[in-house]
Write a protein that binds this ligand. Structure first.
Ligand code: SF4
Length: 427
C-alpha cells in the first residue's frame, strides 16, 4: 500500500518524555458536545439537568442554531438540601413527562448531568432507568454527565457514546468481520468515507453514533473498531469489552493521517494492495495539491498548542509533516498513548509534549516563545490576541468538517486564516 505511511515502532515521539502539568484549567465543559451531537443523532433530545450557568453556556455555544428545531433544553435545578431531593426527582419526572407529551418525535432522551452540587446529589442514572420504564418502548432515556469538573469539552461526546454502548445489539455468532467507525463526523464526511470503503472493497461498515437512535450498529468479536476521534477512551474501552478489536491507526486528519487510517482498515480486511492504491492515490494527490497553497504560507511558522480539544497530537502531526510548521509545544489534556501510538510515531522527534493544564505556566512558555500561531480555547484567545499573538480557537475544529481527504485543504486553511487576517490588518 504505497499510499500509506506505516508508523514505525519507537519512531517519532513514541517514547518521548512528557511534561505533566497540574493546576488551573481554562476549558469548556462536556455540555459543549451537545452542540454537534444534536445534529448527528437526529431524533435525540438533550435535557441538561443543571443551573442557569449551564443554560447560558448552551444558549451562547449553540446560538447559531436559532433557526433549527430546538433539540436541547435545560431543566434548572435550584439549590436545595438533601431533604429536597425527593422533590427534585419528582420535578424531573414532571419535566420529562411534559416534554415527551409535547414532542412525539423524540425517540431517545438524554438526561445530561452537570457540575453544580445540587445536580451531583441527584442520581441521574437511576432517574433514567425509572423514566425509561415509564416511557418504553416509545422513548429510551439514558444519562451521561457533561460536568466541567476534571473534564474537557470533547469528553461530553465520549460520555454520550459510552451511555449508548450497552444498547448496541450483539453481532450474530457467525457474523463475518465488520468495521465500526466510532466518533461523530459531519454527514458529508461520513458519506465520502462510506463510498471510499465500498470502493476498496470493505462492505460491512457502520458508523457510531448513528443518525437515527434506533439504528444502533451491532458489536461483537467480529467487530473491528476504527476511531475517528482521539477523545473516545471510555467508549472504546466499553466496545472492546464487548469483543471489538481496535485497529491501530493515525486519525483521518490531513492526507497522511487519512491514508494511514484507511490503510489500517484495509490491512485488517485483507484488501488487495493494487485496489487500495487505485482508490486512495488519486484522492491523496488531489488533496495534496489543494493544500499546497496553504503550505506555502505556513511552512516554517511556529505553532503552540494549549491543551483543549484532545485533537492536539493529530493536528500537530498534520501541521508539522504536511504544512511544514515548527512545533513549539503540543499540549493536550490527556495523552492516551494507546490510542495515539500511530500519531506519536509520526511526530517529529524532539517535539515538546505536555499533558494536563497549568494555564499560568503554559502562558509563560507561550509568551516566551512568541509563536506565529497559537491554538487554544476561547477563553485564552482574546487575551493572547490583545498581546499581539495570532490564535485559532480549537473548538472550531470540532464544528467544522475537517476529516478525510476532501477536507484536508479546509483543515490547512483553518491554520492559515488567522495569519492571513493579521497580514491584512498590518497593510
Ligand atoms: S456543567 Fe458546570 S462547567 Fe458546564 S456550564 Fe454547567 S456549571 Fe458550568
Amino acid at each position: 500500500m504505497n499510499a500509506v505511511v506505516a508508523p514505525v515502532a519507537n519512531a517519532g515521539c513514541v517514547d518521548a518524555p512528557v511534561l505533566y502539568e497540574r493546576g488551573q484549567r481554562e476549558v469548556f465543559c462536556g455540555l459543549t458536545g451537545i452542540v454537534w451531537l444534536h445534529r448527528k443523532i437526529q431524533d435525540a433530545f438533550f435535557l441538561v439537568v443543571g443551573s442557569r450557568t449551564c443554560a447560558h453556556l448552551l444558549q451562547s455555544a449553540a446560538g447559531v442554531m436559532i433557526f433549527a428545531e430546538p433539540r436541547f433544553a435545560t431543566a434548572v435545578i435550584e439549590e436545595r438540601d438533601l431533604a429536597g431531593l425527593a422533590d427534585a426527582n419528582s420535578e424531573l419526572d414532571r419535566v420529562v413527562t411534559r416534554l415527551i407529551e409535547r414532542r412525539p418525535d423524540i425517540r431517545l432522551l438524554f438526561l445530561v448531568g452537570s457540575c453544580p452540587s445540587e445536580v451531583i446529589k441527584l442520581d441521574l442514572d437511576r432517574a433514567a432507568t425509572r423514566l425509561s420504564q415509564s416511557f418504553a418502548p416509545r422513548v429510551r432515556i439514558r444519562a451521561w454527565s457533561g460536568s466541567g469538573l476534571d473534564t474537557t469539552f470533547t469528553q461530553g461526546e465520549d460520555a454520550c457514546l459510552a451511555a449508548l454502548v450497552p444498547d448496541m445489539p450483539a453481532t450474530e455468532a457467525d457474523a463475518p468481520p465488520s468495521l465500526l467507525v466510532v466518533g461523530a463526523l459531519a454527514e458529508v464526511v461520513e458519506d465520502q468515507m462510506a463510498r471510499l470503503f465500498a470502493e476498496i472493497g470493505i462492505e460491512r461498515v457502520r458508523f457510531f453514533p448513528p443518525r437515527r437512535s434506533d439504528d444502533l450498529p451491532p458489536v461483537g468479536p467480529g467487530t473491528r473498531l476504527l476511531l475517528a476521534q482521539p477523545f473516545l477512551a471510555e467508549t472504546a474501552r466499553l466496545l472492546e469489552k464487548r469483543g471489538a478489536t481496535r485497529l491501530t491507526a493515525p486519525f483521518p486528519l490531513g492526507v497522511e493521517g487519512t491514508a494511514g487510517w484507511f490503510g489500517a482498515a484495509a490491512r485488517a480486511f485483507g484488501v488487495d494492495e493494487a485496489r487500495f492504491d487505485a482508490a486512495i492515490a488519486p484522492r491523496a494527490e488531489r488533496a495534496r495539491t489543494a493544500l499546497a497553497r496553504h503550505r506555502e504560507r505556513l511552512a516554517g511558522k511556529s505553532l503552540f498548542f494549549f491543551p483543549d480539544s484532545q485533537l492536539e497530537v493529530p493536528l500537530a502531526r498534520f501541521a508539522a509533516r504536511e504544512l511544514g510548521m515548527r512545533l513549539v509545544e503540543v499540549g493536550t489534556p490527556y495523552l492516551h498513548r494507546g490510542h495515539l501510538a500511530a500519531e506519536l510515531a509520526l511526530l517529529p522527534p524532539g517535539t515538546m509534549l505536555s499533558e494536563g493544564q497549568n494555564v499560568d505556566n503554559q502562558l509563560d512558555r507561550c509568551r516566551a516563545a512568541q509563536p506565529d500561531l497559537t491554538v487554544c480555547g476561547l477563553g485564552l484567545a482574546n487575551p493572547l490576541e490583545a498581546e499581539g499573538l495570532a490564535t485559532k480557537w480549537s473548538i472550531e475544529l470540532l464544528f467544522t468538517p475537517v476529516h478525510g481527504f476532501e477536507q484536508a485543504a479546509d483543515l490547512a486553511e483553518l491554520f492559515a486564516r488567522p495569519l492571513v487576517r493579521r497580514s491584512r490588518l498590518k497593510v
